[in-house]
Design a protein around this ligand. Structure first.
Ligand code: HEM
Ligand code: NAG
Ligand code: NAG
Ligand code: NAG
Ligand code: NAG
Length: 330
């Protein structure tokens, strides 16, 4: 080997070692001991300013982790040379409150510059959203790296539509080693937040191309939705995902049992035999739901990326690269 190529080999080895990521609780205990406290403070303020924003932020974990691992790729803005994920089918006109992540990251950069990844901020903030709205609180594993790129096509291919049936959702989650129980528990995240009429119109007026509403809809609830989302009306109007949208609780599952799930992808969990038993169980036992939910969130957070990463300074843009790094990544 020439000196240059052996140096390159050595650097690659070092880089590989850095990539073999071990997530663990307390990852920032020495380098940024207040990291989690800083994010929680920002989330508390966000909750007071705009209650829905914490639900919007919680959703980021799902949309980030399912697309090439939890690597903050979701947070990247488009550039002239990269089409990001923010305008992917499931995200455009839908994901919001990215400014809450920016606020947390700015506070972290003041406290400990260049230390805490945006990918970790997403996972901490998701946990906080649940804890601050009455759900369980748990220890998160940290130590993720931020991606150097994003992939809109992958997001389009992967992220499920609100029309999805439970059978296809079970298959999707299985690809990530997430069980039927994980799927149902994680769908319980729709215990907080809202969705647009856009995501429910087909269910009201043309379910599966029948020209009819979804028969699984409770008639009273269907009439409420007709008023909220009249045919030909504004598809940006939003409705609550369950009947207590500011409280993380098991009401979502009780609503499903009553035929009052907002999205088709929600209601189908009760219609479909393989998921129904979990819906029933969680509707009766909130502790059981909370335990299963935490387990699912930790598993989803373990979906790390095996690609090269960095600690971004600004969650919306990759750091500018030095020539040797560009060489190594090529
Ligand atoms: C199981 C498959 C899932 C499907 C098909 C799905 C689909 C959707 C849709 C269509 C919306 C409303 C979008 C809009 O109309 O603008 C939504 C909202 C939401 N989703 Fe999911 N979702 C799923 C799973 C999850 C998971 C696993 C999480 C988090 C762990 C999650 C968290 C949320 C939250 C918190 C909201 C409300 C966001 C807000 O109020 O801004 N979802 N989801
Ligand atoms: C819905 O809102 C988006 C921006 O968030 C806008 O581009 C779109 O035109 C709106 N659609 C309607 C039907 O008003
Ligand atoms: C569920 O959806 C998938 C994909 O859209 C479709 O192929 C399948 O036939 C559906 N299954 C049921 C039971 O409706
Ligand atoms: C799922 O588990 C199998 C077997 O343990 C493993 O080989 C695979 O990489 C896992 N897939 C994901 C997406 O974690
Ligand atoms: C209902 O959906 C079917 C199939 O997607 C489509 O062919 C039909 O035109 C739709 N009907 C209306 C009234 O939108």
């Amino acid at each position: 080997m020439s000196p240059v190529s052996s140096l390159r080999f050595l650097l690659l080895l070092l880089l590989q070692t850095a990539i073999a990521m071990e997530l663990r609780p307390g990852y920032y205990a020495e380098t940024c001991p207040r990291a989690e406290a800083v994010v929680r403070e920002v989330m508390k303020k966000a909750l007071i300013r705009e209650p829905r924003s914490v639900a919007s932020v919680m959703r980021f974990q799902f949309h980030d982790c399912f697309v090439n691992g939890c690597d903050g790729s979701l947070l990247l803005d488009d550039t002239p040379t990269m089409v990001g994920e923010k305008e992917a089918l499931s995200n455009i006109n839908s994901l919001q409150s990215f400014e809450v992540i920016d606020e947390a990251k700015d506070a972290l950069e003041k406290a400990c510059p260049g230390v805490v990844s945006c990918a970790d901020v997403v996972v901490v903030a998701a946990r906080d959203a649940v804890a601050l709205t009455g759900g369980p609180d748990w220890e998160v594993k940290l130590g993720r790296k931020d991606s150097l790129t994003a992939n809109q096509e992958d997001s389009n291919d992967i992220m499920p539509s609100p029309r999805a049936n439970a059978s296809s959702l079970v298959d999707l989650f299985a690809k990530y080693n997430l069980s039927v129980k994980d799927l149902v528990a994680l769908s319980g995240s729709h215990s907080i937040g809202q969705a647009r009429c856009f995501s429910v119109m087909f269910r009201l007026y043309n379910q599966s191309g029948t020209g009819r509403p979804d028969p699984a809809l409770d008639p009273g609830f269907r009439d409420e939705l007709y008023k909220l989302c009249p045919q030909g009306g504004d598809e940006n109007v939003t409705g609550d995902l369950d009947s207590t949208p500011r409280e993380f609780d098991n009401r979502y599952f009780k609503d499903l049992v009553a035929g009052r799930g907002f999205l088709n992808s929600d209601q189908t969990l009760f219609t479909f035999p393989r998921t129904r038993a979990y819906v029933q169980k969680f509707s009766r036992d909130q502790d059981e739901f909370f335990r299963a939910f935490v387990e699912g969130m930790i598993k989803m957070g373990d979906l790390v990326s095996d690609r090269p990463g960095e600690i971004r300074r600004n969650c919306r843009v990759v750091n500018s690269r030095r020539p040797v790094e560009v060489l190594l990544e090529s």
